[in-house]
Design a protein around this ligand. Sequence first.
Ligand SMILES: C[S@@+](CC[C@H](N)C(=O)[O-])C[C@H]1O[C@@H](n2cnc3c(N)ncnc32)[C@H](O)[C@@H]1O
Length: 251
Amino acid sequence: MKIKEQFVENDYLKKSSYYISLQNGVCKVVSLINPSYVLELGCANGNTSIRIAKENPNCSVVGVDIRQDMQEKIMQQQKLNKVKNLTFVCGDLTKLNNYNIKNVDCVVMLNAFHHIEDPLLNKIDFLSELHSKMRSGTYVVIGEPFLDEKYIGSETIIKKMFSNREKESSYNIFWNNVATLERNDNLILKENSENLAKIVSSEQNDVIKRTGEYYVTKTWLENEASQVGFEVVISEYVNIFNDGVVVLKKK
Ligand SMILES: C[S@@+](CC[C@H](N)C(=O)[O-])C[C@H]1O[C@@H](n2cnc3c(N)ncnc32)[C@H](O)[C@@H]1O
């Protein structure tokens, strides 16, 4: 395959700055953990799993995604990247019994935590089950676009947001958080970002739809993870778009 084709083929999420900054953050933490066994839940076309496998050649990486059609994409990329330490498993990330969690050193979720559907109790149950199955001293690395904390306490805005999550997931995260914007600019940006969402859904084969995405704030994740027994080791935004990395450790 020619260089340009490889570049385009690997152009997941358009290699946008917000995605790259999140992936950089997650991969940096994973390498610091120096794991022997990584499980990436919601791995999509394996962009991050492949990077982790390359950067940690002695580590076995298992990527899980509910979409069987991701397997072929991962296999193509694996071949191109000469990666042998990665296996794809087609499955539901919330069915933790299906994975060998007790042997895993590090569970990675990049842009995947928000796929655990509402109600929020589902996310709490997921964290709790993950905690109970992990060995002590092991890690969960979550890279997520988080909801802006400024909406907390404003019931009307939250209700509106949650009744229209599909649009919100795009304009809140990609555009609306730019601190210097004037109020009027937001309307223009909202329009732009809704168009962007359409482009994302129509042009990207790897992201078929933007429904079924249920975001939380970073504080919510920190609190709930602590409640189920995790130590919050790192909780940092990686850019101004509210993308952040939260690292949890089973004590
Ligand atoms: C935004 S993509 C993840 C991107 C990927 N982690 C990366 O770093 O490039 C979200 C993925 O989660 C997958 N997904 C959504 N719900 C899932 C579930 N219940 N179980 C497994 N995978 C799921 C989708 O199929 C999609 O491929």
